[in-house]
Design a protein around this ligand. Structure first.
Ligand SMILES: NC(=O)c1ccc[n+]([C@@H]2O[C@H](COP(=O)([O-])OP(=O)(O)OC[C@H]3O[C@@H](n4cnc5c(N)ncnc54)[C@H](O)[C@@H]3O)[C@@H](O)[C@H]2O)c1
Length: 251
């Protein structure tokens, strides 16, 4: 019960790491506001958490691209639980995959609104949530913002260019800037930047020095360590957790 009565906001919480974080946080006694656009799945996952012993979960339908919805989600956290102790910005993914773009199209042939979507979800979504949550974190004089980067923010991608553009912006400019501002109010900001993670079987095809992709639990364990008493000196940095992929060089 390490996080007993602490409040988390988890975005992209209907699936993958956002969901697993929410489950682990509640198991550790914390309460969680779970944000996603997938209304049906979110409701199911929230109920599953609330059927167990542990912290409470509340689902909020929230598109991270919409600042008004982001503010509503943060207000809901304060109304329900009285604080925002940790914000975890999981919502994201490559637009060409998530929007099902024809794989034969090259970068200049892919409609620009695909890239708008990718930059909005992966960069502006994390920026918006930090902006809204910091109002409460400043008031309470404490907090932790966890951004999600990616090995692709180091490597680039010759086609789905929104994703590395957004992720490297989050990993460096946004994370360092939020840590600088946050230090006035005891708020830390840390970016967790995974290599391939098995939230989808296809991620097993990405090479690493370890010869495998990460289990989602390995990423969540790192986040929980950063949030724990032992992780308090970690701030303003992007932690790569990539099985050594970054050391392999670029194709
Ligand atoms: N899986 C990997 O290999 C990997 C590697 C590096 C980084 N990441 C990053 O980790 C994060 C989580 O990845 P995952 O694989 O667990 O994701 P996932 O695809 O399993 O889940 C993403 C969730 O985000 C939600 N979502 C999509 N658009 C949204 C929006 N506009 N507003 C709110 N919610 C929205 C989806 O409904 C979904 O539930 C992402 O930011 C991703 O870029 C993943």
């Amino acid at each position: 019960m390490e996080f007993l009565n602490k409040t988390a906001i988890s975005t992209g919480a209907a699936s993958g790491m956002g969901l697993l974080f929410s489950q682990c946080w509640a198991e550790a006694g914390g309460n969680v506001i779970m944000c996603d656009v997938n209304e049906k799945v979110l409701a199911e996952k929230v109920s599953e958490i609330n059927e167990k012993n542990g912290g409470r979960a509340v689902g909020v339908i929230c598109d991270v691209r919409d600042y008004a919805q982001v503010v509503t989600a943060c207000d809901r956290a304060v109304a329900e639980f009285g604080s925002i102790d940790i914000l975890c910005n999981f919502a994201g993914g490559t637009a060409v995959r998530m929007l099902g773009v024809d794989p034969s199209l090259e970068f200049p042939d892919i409609p620009i609104d695909v890239f708008d979507w990718g930059i909005d979800v992966n960069l502006k979504g994390q920026f918006y949530f930090a902006h809204a949550a910091l109002k409460q974190m400043r008031l309470q004089n404490s907090g932790l913002i966890i951004n999600l980067g990616s090995i692709t923010g180091e490597e680039g991608d010759g086609r789905g260019m929104d994703y590395p553009t957004a992720k490297s912006g989050v990993m460096y400019g946004l994370t360092k800037s939020l840590a600088k501002y946050g230090s006035r109010y005891n708020v830390r900001c840390v970016c967790i930047s995974p290599g391939p993670v098995l939230t989808r079987p296809a991620m097993a095809n990405m090479k690493t020095l370890e010869g495998r992709a990460a289990e989602p639990q390995e990423i969540i364990d790192l986040i929980l360590f950063v949030a724990s008493d032992k992780g308090q000196f970690i701030n303003g940095t992007s932690l790569l957790i990539d099985g050594g992929r970054n050391a392999m060089g670029r194709a």
